[in-house]
Design a protein around this ligand. Structure first.
Ligand SMILES: Nc1ncnc2c1ncn2[C@@H]1O[C@H](COP(=O)(O)OP(=O)(O)OP(=O)(O)O)[C@@H](O)[C@H]1O
Ligand SMILES: [Mg+2]
Length: 113
């Protein structure tokens, strides 16, 4: 089976070097194959959302590589990440992040213009 998502030794530090620095995940390496259903579980604060945000190209790793469909996305410029997010992922945020005045249909009409 194809590996569609891979992380290699990924570490994410929020606010590096500051007094409120947080090492959210350290040295995470995973592989997800096409068609696999994967559950990520762990206590609150263990870094689940951080890892999903890295895979979903919403945040960038401090160290390591995030590979989506064979492409190392960690170092791509933002304009490429926008396209990958749009075409590759369906992402339900923990806090939903819905925009009240726009429906999914309105949004897809804008995207497809
Ligand atoms: N944007 C941020 N800035 C600073 N620290 C952050 C940020 N996002 C997450 N953290 C910290 O990183 C660590 C991991 O948080 P994360 O939200 O990934 O955990 P989680 O496993 O999803 O938790 P929960 O089960 O509560 O959703 C926590 O210590 C959290 O406070
Ligand atoms: Mg979370």
């Amino acid at each position: 089976m194809d590996v569609i998502i891979k992380t290699e030794n990924v570490t994410k530090i929020f606010n590096p070097g500051m007094s409120d620095e947080v090492k959210a995940i350290t040295d995470v390496s995973i592989e997800i194959k096409r068609g696999e259903i994967v559950v990520l579980k762990g206590p609150s604060g263990s870094g689940k959302t951080t890892l999903l945000s890295l895979i979903g190209c919403i945040t960038r790793p401090t160290e390591g590589r995030v590979i989506v469909n064979g492409k190392d996305v960690a170092k791509l410029p933002e304009r490429f990440l926008t396209g990958i997010r749009q075409k590759t992922f369906g992402f339900v945020f923990q806090q939903f992040n819905l925009i009240r005045c726009i429906s999914v249909i309105d949004c897809s009409e804008v995207i497809n213009q």
